[in-house]
Design a protein around this ligand. Structure first.
Ligand SMILES: *Cc1c(COP(=O)(O)O)cnc(C)c1O
Length: 627
């Protein structure tokens, strides 16, 4: 797998191991019990979307996230499963929680009332899960007050109590206290007139120890990722493996110290290696002088302090170390590399270790040694509400520049633009549909010019009872017309030509087959044709078909002819026909749509570019025909 990976350090996510763990855990479910997959903190650093998809396919009925942002991101990524926000939400988040159809934990009456009002206003029913504190003394309503709370919340309109739950403080190892929590919760459930659809209490370790058998839902987190926080023997496989590469090899002599504060001092001579990973990559500082890494099947001790971006390891035991050898820091490969073991070295938490390691590195998803895909380094998809307009423009322009090299970024941008304009904002965007542009060059009487006939057809919502067709004598003037929204077509006339009928003529301009009236206005360097018809008033705000035919001249010496897409367009076909004497005509396309390039077909003296009918093409697109 390493051959295809270019990073200095990376994370491999073994989806087959995840599936294996889920299968194993599912055997502990009682009849009638189902499970919620916990995907908070980006699924403990494994990637919430990927984990969510597999878990749902494996039978999860719910996903659990920490907060609105996490739930919203999953929705934006297209996850449709029920999602529960486990931590308390804020009143300021209510609007979006409703909009993204998230369920949420409720711990407070004032909040429930605010939620109810917002739900009624939005004409929605919001699913809530009441959270009880049965002894953990963190969030939740104290169990002795829970019945009153339940009754007052059930009376609120716009809310559906879909679940009740509580959380164990130490199901891993404290049997007595866990039983107490279990009893408190069960007494509450029994006091209810009718339990809601989901009653849930156990996390991973609660399930494994057989607690809360009377509940019908279990919330699975850490064990599904292959980490066992109990003393019980289980065949769980680590899903995340964190790797890096050997980047330098050096020798030390007895007495040499290595690293900051000179904490490690060599007793004999030997060899050590530099690995380009440090605490900034989530490899914890407290592992200084404690951890081991695996290189070439040999466990090598980390020597000296962990730096921000580097560690040093003793590789004296390796016979032939080579630069670029793979270094395994955590995960699969040796029992000592399991997150539980590594966290134990510094009395840390395996939960935390997974989250912090997953933050900086690119993730490669694989199953049975096949890489399926990799996550972008900028882990989140761009969520536009995070950014102001100018920041967003910067991102878009730099990404569009980069997309020439990176289909991945191009795809992100494409999706983001669609989301921003269509799905999120519900904007009334006007765009052109089924855009057909034919350009035909023929010889003219004047050898310095081709006769150029253009036909433009497209559908669009009519937003006014008139529009303009403009002809400009300089690109500066043309640019002004590109910015105007009342201009449907523009042409750049050779500056040696005059605005005369034989040089630029509008042959036809129609809306839904209706011939429009035209009124010509000209000035220094421009010609404007105002197109209108009294009937257009009735067609306003309806989708209509435009047709524009022009007849003009184009300089033969130019050797190139450009067509720009100036408006958001869905489905593009541009065809260019040229006289037989022209050989080697090429089409150079720059398309900012889903595909970088449209399909290109060639026929006799004709080039046709075509996108799929439903494909969006953004305004920074175009083609240059070179002849
Ligand atoms: C994180 C979390 C879980 C998952 O716990 P694990 O020990 O990782 O299985 C379950 N329930 C709640 C409320 C959580 O916040």
């Amino acid at each position: 797998m390493k051959d295809t990976i270019e990073e200095r350090s990376w994370v491999e996510i073994d989806l087959a191991a995840f599936q294996h763990n889920l299968q194993l855990l599912k055997e502990y479910l009682r009849p009638g019990q189902s499970f919620m997959q916990i995907v908070k903190a980006d699924a403990y650093g494994h990637g919430a979307k990927e984990i969510a998809e597999i878990a749902m396919a494996q039978g999860a009925v719910y996903l659990g996230v920490a907060n609105l942002e996490e739930g919203k991101l999953l929705r934006i990524q297209g996850v449709q499963a029920p999602i529960l926000i486990l931590s308390p939400s804020l009143i300021s988040e209510i609007k979006q929680i409703i909009r993204y159809d998230l369920s949420l934990a409720i711990t407070d009456t004032a909040f429930a009332e605010a939620l109810s009002q917002a739900a009624v206003k939005a004409d929605k029913t919001v699913k809530i899960h009441l959270k009880l504190d049965t002894g953990m003394h963190r969030s939740g309503i104290w169990f002795e007050e829970a019945l009153d709370f339940y009754n007052s919340v059930s009376a609120l309109p716009g809310l559906e109590i879909e679940g009740i739950f509580s959380h164990f403080a130490s199901a891993e190892n404290d049997h007595e206290f866990t039983r107490l929590q279990e009893t408190r919760f069960s007494e509450f459930v029994q006091a209810l007139p009718k339990p809601p659809r989901y009653v849930h209490l156990s996390n991973s370790s609660g399930l494994i120890h057989g607690y809360a058998a009377y509940c019908n839902l279990v919330r699975l987190g850490i064990f599904s990722f292959g980490i066992n926080t109990t003393a019980k023997e289980l065949d769980l496989r680590p899903v995340m493996t964190f790797k890096s590469t050997l980047s330098q090899i050096k020798d030390f002599k007895a007495g040499d110290s290595v690293g900051y504060q000179r904490e490690w001092v060599a007793k004999t001579s030997g060899r050590y290696g530099i690995v380009p990973v440090g605490y900034a990559d989530g490899y914890d500082y407290l592992l200084s002088n404690k951890a081991m890494v695996l290189i070439d099947s040999i466990m090598c001790p980390v020597i000296g302090r962990i730096s921000m971006d580097m560690i040093t390891v003793d590789i004296s035991e390796i016979l032939e170390p080579r630069i670029s050898d793979e270094v395994v820091l955590l995960g699969e490969g040796d029992p000592a590399l399991r997150a539980e073991q590594i966290a134990a070295l510094y009395l840390g938490s395996a939960y935390e270790l997974l989250c912090q390691v997953g933050r900086r590195a690119r993730r490669y998803y694989h199953s049975k040694a096949h890489i399926l895909h990799s996550s972008p380094l900028a882990r989140r998809d761009f969520v536009s509400s995070d950014f102001g307009d100018s920041k967003l423009s910067q991102i878009i322009s730099s990404a569009l520049n980069q997309r020439l090299d990176s289909p991945e970024i191009g795809e992100l941008i494409y999706r983001e633009i669609l989301r921003t304009f269509f799905y999120n904002k519900d904007r009334d965007v006007h765009y052109r549909k089924n855009f057909r542009h034919e350009i035909r060059f023929d010889k003219s009487d004047n050898p310095a010019y081709y006769r150029a006939k253009t036909t433009l057809r497209y559908k669009k919502v009519l937003n006014a009872d008139h529009f303009i067709i403009a002809c400009a004598a300089s690109s500066d003037i043309l640019r002004g017309y590109i910015l105007r929204t009342d201009v449907e077509y523009r042409w750049l006339l050779d500056s040696d030509l005059q605005f005369k009928a034989e040089n630029f003529q509008l042959n036809a301009v129609k809306v839904n087959g209706l011939d429009l009236k035209t009124e010509i206005k000209s000035g220094e360097g421009y010609l404007e044709i105002l197109c209108s018809h009294p009937e257009l008033q009735k067609l306003k705000n309806q989708e209509v078909e435009f047709e524009i035919n022009t007849n003009t001249l184009y300089p033969t010496a130019s050797h190139q002819f450009s067509v720009f897409i100036t408006e958001l367009t869905r489905g593009v076909e541009i065809s260019f026909s040229y006289p037989g004497e022209l050989k080697d005509v090429e089409a150079v396309t720059v398309f900012s749509g889903q595909q970088r390039n449209p399909a290109i077909q060639r026929a006799d003296n004709r080039i046709i570019l075509k996108t799929a009918a439903e494909e969006w093409v953004f305004p920074i697109s175009g083609v240059v025909f070179c002849y």
